[in-house]
Design a protein around this ligand. Structure first.
Ligand code: MRU
Length: 345
């Protein structure tokens, strides 16, 4: 399979950035209403930003965590903390969210440079951010070629879940990067963006990015996805990933599994797109993935307004695990793994 050069232009915003002394995050909790950047210079506020989803998406929280190690070093020096306390600050960033492997992976990769001093740590964080940016272009090309090879070169209706674009990465995105690449090549009719309850990463963030990229889209309630897929409205579904086990089982935003099941029933491709940094080769299958459980309030309230009776309890897993047998291929920045046929990562 030959990959064409990626022709997607860079976005006008950056989800994660470094200004020389602080971590800069685009506050995704405020989108699409407000485009506001915050500067972070202590570990506790970075942990809070990751947990409140100011920054979110597996590759983006990995990059934020990598810069967080520099911030933790600066903070420890500012407060004259003993070396043992540096580790505590760095651990708090690494453990801010449990499911996306990119966070712990990036923090531990950069932490190895601490004995060499701040500049070495910063250099590694910048290198990691750039690698993640470049990996997006490769994934996009490999994914677009995979789609061509199965569906041919024709205008496609593509369904996606959660947000997997430039807001979730330092590049064009994972699944949404493939969509942007197909659009740049002229082969997207329309994108169906699942709204992605309860925090609306689809309707707030994916729709915002698609509009900025000039890609035709419509949003749909998560509950409408199966009907759209079985009703023949969708040619292929593409999702990102937070952690992929060696056999291809994939943790991604809650609701991904339902999309996969509908695609299997309809006989259309269901693709997972993620960088190699999202693959956890330390686990054989998805049974070992720690799924983050989030607060009841995310379901019981909508922007502070109650949408359930007082005291209603909730079941609110942030992610689900789609078994490899329902995944047509896992596209990474190095290749397409045919996991439903038993290929291992
Ligand atoms: O809770 P979130 O918004 O961080 O969840 C993000 C997702 O599930 C994404 O689909 C995944 O991280 C891939 S992003 C390129």
């Amino acid at each position: 399979m030959t990959s064409s050069l990626n022709s997607v232009s860079s976005p006008s915003f950056k989800a994660v950035d470094w200004d020389g002394s602080s971590l800069i995050l685009l506050d995704q909790t405020l989108l699409p209403g407000e485009e506001k950047y915050n500067a972070y210079s202590d570990a506790a506020s970075i942990v809070d930003a990751i947990q409140r989803l100011v920054v979110r998406g597996a590759p983006a929280i990995g990059v934020a965590g990598a810069f967080g190690v520099v911030i933790a070093m600066d903070e420890a020096e500012r407060l004259a903390l003993p070396a043992s306390q540096w580790d505590r600050l760095i651990d708090s960033i690494r453990d801010a969210r449990p499911t996306a492997v990119n966070l712990a992976w990036a923090v531990e990769r950069v932490r190895k440079f601490v004995p060499q001093g701040r500049e070495a740590v910063l250099g590694e964080a910048l290198k990691l951010a750039e690698e993640e940016r470049l990996s997006a272009s490769r994934m996009s090309a490999i994914g677009a070629d995979w789609i061509y090879s199965r569906l041919g070169k024709k205008p496609l209706n593509l369904l996606t879940h959660c947000n997997t674009g430039s807001l979730a990465t330092t590049g064009s995105g994972t699944a949404l990067g493939v969509v942007k690449e197909l659009h740049a090549r002229g082969f997207v009719r329309e994108v169906f963006a699942d709204e992605t309850r309860p925090l609306l990463q689809g309707s707030r963030l994916t729709a915002w990015e698609l509009a900025k990229s000039g890609i035709p889209y419509r949003i749909l309630a998560d509950g409408a996805a199966a009907m759209a897929i079985l009703g023949g409205k969708i040619d292929a579904a593409l999702i990102g990933a937070d952690r992929i086990a060696r056999n291809g089982d994939t943790a991604n935003k809650i609701g991904s599994l339902g999309v996969a099941l509908a695609c299997r029933e309809a006989g259309i491709p269901f693709l997972v797109v993620a960088p190699e940094s999202t693959v956890d080769r330390g686990i054989p299958d998805g049974g070992e993935i720690h799924i983050e459980m989030r607060a009841d309030e995310e379901l019981a309230f909508f922007r502070g307004i109650p949408v359930a009776p007082p005291g209603a309890r909730a079941y609110n897993p942030a992610f689900d695990v789609t078994p490899a047998r329902f995944i047509s291929a896992v596209i990474t920045d190095i290749k397409a793994y045919e996991v439903s046929k038993g290929e291992k990562l």
